[in-house]
Design a protein around this ligand. Sequence first.
Ligand code: SF4
Length: 356
Amino acid sequence: MKKIGITTTVPVEVLIAAGYQPVDLNNILVSDPDPGRLITIAERAGFPLNCCSWIKGIYGVCMDSGITDVLCVTSGDCSNTIMLMETLKLKGLNAVPFAYPDHPDPHLMQQTLQTLAATLGTTLDAADKVRDELQPPRDLALKLDELTWKQNTVSGWENHLWLVSTSDFNGDFRNYRQELNNLVDACSQRQPYPGGELRLAYIGVPSVYAREMYPFIEKHGARVVFNETQRQFAMPEPGRSLAEQYSSYTYPYSINERLEDIKPELHKRRVDGVIHYVQAFCHRGIGDIIFRDAIDLPMLTLEGNDDFFLNSHVKTRIEAFLDMIQRSQRRPLKLKKGKLEGANAPSKNTPSSLRK
Ligand code: SF4
């Protein structure tokens, strides 16, 4: 199968039906032993220093890997991708645009999918058959997610890795299914994590330093039991058709649609605190204002740029955040001047220095 790079999660069913093997360029970037060199390729080509590292890294991957076809998501992910696409075309690549509708509407989505299928030379009937084949690996990914928060036998990193990989199933959905099946079996036999751990949610785009962040959090008595965007990649609401599936997928749409997914999960998974990750120079960072207004839990906003490891500044902020939640949960309730103080979860009253 011929490879086609993708800049974020797209309707891979159509790509596979058209005979392509989708390759998530973001996953290639973070899996590289030296991702910084891929960003340097982009900066040497003229990408500005204040451009998001994911965009620069994707460009670097395209130049480095020899990939010739790329599906560029120009709406519903990142406006920078429009210029990325132009630069890829300049370099002779076949860069195909794909735009999610501006709001989740199955009728609009159906037209969008039909256009994509026609562009790639396939049909939606063929894509529907692929959708059926992708359901078992997606079900397994969602099973792993359930084991994470319900049976507490899966680490935050494992949850992140397997869910984020559903964007392209690591290039081979049959192999992905087999490997994940083995892991789910193994996790079902594990002892659960200790009951006293703090339970965290991670919202926002996947972080550049995920590989170090999740184990660091666990070393400090907490665990991520909800990875928002990564879970969305696994299509938790498949609906009755491809059009419904990609209309229920929340990431391309407004923050309000995302909150309708996030808030019930925070409650269901008994989350103590939320990490909101934002990428340096990303417009999505502004959404932090809305999340802080809508989510009544302690929240730590972390930013990453081109540092693919946890620097001491980020480590200290995570430690302080976890310490603050732990202390507030230990604090005994006492009455002072007729007011109840020391309630369990600090929320908007948390000192601003610890909230951001
Ligand atoms: S992190 Fe933000 S700026 Fe970077 S590629 Fe994603 S949406 Fe675009």
